[in-house]
Ligand binder design. Structure first.
Ligand SMILES: [Zn+2]
Ligand SMILES: [Zn+2]
Length: 147
C-alpha cells in the first residue's frame, strides 16, 4: 500500500500554516508610507493603508530573511523568524558589524529587496510577508507568539 499523495498535517503544522495564511485585506498589505532609516541605521517603519504601523530593526529583518536558503536553515535549526543566530563563542571575540542594508531595492509594487552589509541579497521581502511578521504587540498576540 502506498501513502503517496496522502499528506498528513500535524496539529502544530496546521496552526503554523493558519498563522501564515491568515486572510489579509488589500489595505493591510499595501503600504501608505515606508521609512527606511539608513542614516541612523535604526530600521524600517511602514504605515499601512489600513492605518496599522509596523516597525522592525535591521537585525531582525536580516534574521527573518525570506529566501529559500534562510527559510531552510531556520526550519532545520528551529530558529524562529527574526531571531538572531547565536554567535559562536570564540577565545578572541571578533567585532561583527550589526546587520544593515547597503542598498534597498524596490521590487515593483509588491516587495523590497535588501542588499545586506554581509553580502546576502537573495531575500525578497513582500509587503504581505512584512505585514505578517509585524513586530507590534497586537500582531504578535494575534499570531500567538506571546501569551
Ligand atoms: Zn536569505
Ligand atoms: Zn502589528
Amino acid at each position: 500500500m502506498s501513502h503517496e499523495g496522502i499528506k498528513l498535517v500535524s496539529a502544530e503544522e496546521a496552526a503554523r500554516s493558519a498563522k501564515w495564511e491568515r486572510p489579509m485585506s488589500r489595505a493591510a498589505v499595501d503600504p501608505a508610507k515606508v521609512r527606511v532609516d539608513l542614516t541612523r541605521g535604526t530600521g524600517v517603519e511602514i504605515e499601512w493603508k489600513d492605518g496599522h504601523r509596523s516597525q522592525w530593526t535591521f537585525a531582525w529583518l536580516r534574521a527573518a530573511c525570506p529566501c529559500a536558503t534562510c527559510v531552510e536553515e531556520r526550519e532545520r535549526t528551529g530558529r524562529p523568524v527574526g531571531e538572531l543566530t547565536p554567535e559562536p563563542k570564540l577565545a578572541l571575540p571578533m567585532y561583527k558589524e550589526p546587520a544593515r542594508p547597503r542598498e534597498v531595492v524596490p521590487m515593483g509594487h509588491y516587495a523590497v529587496k535588501f542588499v545586506w552589509n554581509d553580502g546576502h541579497e537573495t531575500g525578497i521581502y513582500s509587503w504581505d510577508y512584512l505585514r505578517r511578521v509585524c513586530g507590534c504587540d497586537d500582531c504578535a498576540k494575534a499570531r500567538g507568539d506571546v501569551g
